[in-house]
Design a protein around this ligand. Structure first.
Ligand code: FRU
Length: 430
């Protein structure tokens, strides 16, 4: 058996990355602290002609929301609204929006011309560093092949600019696109090694460690587990669910030079997809968040589409699950798929969580039933815009949703927010 040897850096005694264990995940249940209220459609949608899903902010090296001449910039995966929502992943394109006040957003133009890598582009992060832009993304699908495929590599675009005036922001190329990371087959599963669901190697997230100054890129990955491994007590069906939070480090701090490091966390035997991992520093501790789906939990476990989180004292520390199980935010049982792809960011002494409005008015244990509905019903059910931003009260390893803002409201810490005394958690958490 080749038990995932995680190398020497974190691991002088031949240890291993911290794990999200089955016994922790067994504790997942909906509670007033973790269930978000039912979402109503927004009265106005700044991108009504687009499906919008995974979304991220332009930030600086320190993780602060960056501004370009007073404008904040938001990036989203998008597809034309005419498309069936289930097909959007096959044509995803990154577009951007800008706002002066964090409530009214404009724009929706593509960031790149046709030159971006991959057949299509999936999620990433955006760094504004001393006037230079580094737009990290997932190059999904091998563009040298005609058929749609699911190869994933991590790419960056740089050399372009965002220009701004009083009326708005625009992207000005040319952008140079480079592949910066591919799975090594040792710590990170390659497409060939994958068994079961589609492998993952995507969603780069820039993170500079404020304690050590080290420059890192987190990403979603899988841990290679061979069939003769004793992981999951040798249960091959469970072993196929092998999600991990990967990390690469730039030892020089150069945003273009990365070396793979052992994963920060592994969810082998628990879940296949630890999506869009990112860190928020809160009370000097490291809160690691990612999104995951109900259908990507390993056999024998019941989880939800939700935001999951862990906390440690350092980036490569021993991560403890938040709220005992890892579950931080989920949807009500009556609309279990109403939001997805949560992104947490710090705001004064709390943490805010932004996500997109996914399938509303649709109950059940799986989204499979959606495909049986008429095309107009499928379009009607898909929110395809940003959800109301949630407010999290966080202390140690406990979290509690204690308020929410409007759809598309992404405040910076100079703004005051209303007090949340009147917030009522949903009564029926299911
Ligand atoms: C999460 C996600 C990301 C990926 C994108 C593809 O919603 O699966 O991991 O980058 O969607 O559309």
């Amino acid at each position: 058996m080749t038990e995932n040897n995680v190398g020497d850096r974190r691991n002088p005694e031949g240890g291993r990355p911290p794990r999200w264990t089955r016994s922790q995940a067994m504790r997942i249940e909906r509670a007033p602290e973790t269930v978000a209220p039912v979402i109503e459609p927004p009265s106005e949608d700044p991108a009504a002609d687009l499906h919008i899903w995974d979304t991220w902010l332009l930030r600086d090296r320190h993780g602060e929301i960056a501004e370009i001449d007073g404008w904040r910039v938001l990036f989203s995966l998008t597809a034309p609204e005419e498309l069936l929502p289930g097909k959007r992943h096959d044509v995803a394109e990154i577009r951007f929006f800008y706002s002066r006040n964090g409530t009214e957003w404009h724009g929706g133009e593509p960031v790149f011309e046709a030159e971006a890598l991959g057949q299509r582009q999936w999620a990433g992060s955006a760094l504004y560093d001393d006037g230079d832009l580094y737009l990290y993304y997932t190059a999904a699908g091998d563009e040298s092949v005609d058929e749609l495929n699911y190869t994933q590599r991590i790419a960056v675009a740089h050399g372009g600019r965002f220009e701004a005036d009083d009326d708005g922001v625009w992207s000005e190329g040319p952008w140079t696109h480079e592949t910066i990371l591919e799975p090594d087959g040792r710590w990170y599963e390659s497409e060939d090694q994958s068994r079961g669901m589609i492998y993952t190697f995507r969603d780069p997230w820039f993170f500079e460690d404020p304690e050590t100054g080290e420059t890192n890129l987190l990403f979603e990955a899988n841990t290679p587990v061979s069939t003769d491994s004793d992981r999951c007590d040798g249960d091959e069906a469970r072993q196929e669910f092998n999600g991990s939070v990967g990390v690469a480090t730039s030892h020089s701090g150069d945003p273009l030079e990365w070396e793979l490091e052992p994963p920060l966390l592994d969810g082998v035997c628990v879940n296949q997809e630890l999506e869009r991992p990112h860190i928020v520093i809160h009370d000097e501790r490291y809160y690691l968040f990612f999104s995951s789906h109900m259908h990507t939990f390993s056999p024998g476990l019941r989880g939800f589409d939700g935001l999951y989180g862990f906390v440690a004292d350092s980036l490569r520390g021993e991560y403890d699950p938040l709220n005992g199980s890892g579950l931080v935010v989920t949807n009500p049982a009556s609309v279990p798929f109403q939001a997805y792809s949560w992104m947490a960011f710090p705001y004064r002494d709390e943490i805010l969580v932004q996500s997109f409005y996914n399938y509303r008015e649709f109950a059940g244990d799986s989204l499979d039933g959606i495909a049986d509905l008429s095309e107009s019903e499928q379009r009607h059910l898909f929110g395809g815009t940003l959800s109301p931003t949630l407010r999290l009260d966080v202390g140690g390893d406990r979290t509690r949703i204690h308020g929410r803002l409007a759809h598309w409201h992404i405040p910076t810490s100079e703004e005051g927010l209303p007090n949340t005394d009147g917030y009522q958690p949903p009564e029926d958490v299911g």
